[in-house]
Design a protein around this ligand. Structure first.
Ligand SMILES: NC(=O)c1ccc[n+]([C@@H]2O[C@H](COP(=O)([O-])OP(=O)(O)OC[C@H]3O[C@@H](n4cnc5c(N)ncnc54)[C@H](O)[C@@H]3O)[C@@H](O)[C@H]2O)c1
Length: 344
């Protein structure tokens, strides 16, 4: 079979990294031994298009996605499986994959702790005004009022979690020792748990001091945090997004940060990815953005490697995938998290 995988270019000296063209999460010997052809790409545009006509499997990570649009899927007559080397399969048009009977499978759970830790870090960075404190230390400044004027404790704040699945719940568990009030909105998981109470969407938006987004990108969440929703957040509140960039409207966020309605924004997810050098989120006020790496710790990369090999072994042996990993199968979207939940 012909397997096409997209990885970032190997850089000498970065020997720990598994998700690159050189290590390719161990797929080079793994597939060679089984007699399959592996094509490794670094460019998700023209290079990928060259292989659509005869590839059987496509593999890419959300950090560096091969955007499998409807158009590309329709030009891929042999394609049977799209594997996400990580969590979050929105870079594949799931509806088109269903209609063309292409399986979409990911390594669910592989990096959930990594992302939850990152989200907690982002909340602390924003509330404590770390970015301004760090900027002054690098630039030779000592302007205490400027940093202190927006430095807060996390304690006693109300933290809203949008999307209370694996990562959302891990975030709640990790935040609890900070003595915060935690609330969540999730159309499927509406139960209170030990750490967090369910509230409706409007309450989450209007009463949280900080919101952290952990829902998948679906037709319901795409562009959901637009001017209308962002302007209903508390004045001076914070937003963290380690889920997907497209859940937040690019220009509306910049406008509300500039107007100081939203005090700070942090996260690692952008649209498109890689983000262009002039993406407005790189330079917007009071941002603590990083490139997309929260789920790419070395521990997570090891689990991703193991998970992708497990998926390929099952595929070659015509064995069922692990239920948790399946997003699309048998011509339909089977993951509850990705099924449309009309009305948010
Ligand atoms: N930044 C990263 O490196 C990184 C890594 C892993 C995952 N992610 C993102 O985080 C997302 C969540 O991951 P997870 O492992 O917790 O997934 P999960 O499937 O366990 O949980 C997602 C939750 O979102 C809920 N949800 C679905 N539609 C919703 C809506 N309209 N409004 C609110 N909630 C909704 C689901 O009911 C589910 O409980 C992934 O889909 C992915 O996009 C990012």
């Amino acid at each position: 079979m012909k397997i096409v995988a997209l990885f970032p270019e190997y850089i000498e000296g970065q020997e720990n990294q598994l998700l690159n063209t050189e290590k390719a999460i161990g797929l080079i010997p793994f597939l060679e031994e089984k007699g399959h052809e592996l094509v490794i790409l670094t460019d998700n545009n023209a290079d990928l298009d060259k292989h659509l006509s005869d590839m059987d499997v496509v593999i890419s990570a959300p950090f560096y996605p091969a955007y499998m649009t409807k158009e590309r899927i329709e030009k891929s007559p042999n394609l049977k499986l799209a594997i996400t080397a990580g969590v979050g399969s929105d870079h594949v048009d799931l509806q088109a994959a269903s209609e063309n009977n292409i399986g979409v499978v990911e390594v669910t759970g592989s990096n959930t702790v990594s992302v939850a830790e990152h989200a907690v870090m982002d909340l602390l960075i924003l509330l404590r005004n770390y970015e301004e404190g760090h900027r002054q230390s690098v630039n030779g400044e000592w302007n205490l009022s400027k940093v202190g004027n927006h430095a807060h404790e996390l304690q006693n704040k109300t933290i809203g979690i949008f999307g209370f699945g694996r990562i959302g719940q891990l975030v709640a568990e990790r935040l609890a020792p900070f003595n915060v009030k935690i609330q969540h909105y999730d159309p499927i998981n509406q139960k209170d748990n030990k750490y967090s109470n369910f509230v409706n969407f409007d309450e989450l938006v209007s009463t949280s001091d900080a919101i952290t987004i952990h829902a998948p990108l679906t037709p319901d969440t795409d562009n959901l945090f637009d001017y209308n929703v962002l302007s209903r957040m508390k004045v001076g509140s914070y937003l963290v997004n380690t889920a997907r960039g497209k859940i937040v409207n690019t220009n509306d966020l910049v406008e509300l940060l500039t107007a100081k309605h939203i005090q700070g924004y942090a996260g690692d997810v952008w649209y498109p990815q890689p983000a262009p050098a002039d993406h407005s989120w790189r330079t917007m006020p009071r941002n603590a953005m990083t490139v997309h790496y929260s789920g790419m710790t070395l521990e997570a990369q090891e689990r991703i490697e193991e998970g992708v090999k497990d998926i390929l072994n099952r595929f070659f042996n015509s064995e069922p995938f692990q239920d948790k990993d399946v997003i699309v199968s048998g011509g339909q979207i089977s993951s509850a998290s990705y099924k449309s939940n009309k009305g948010k």
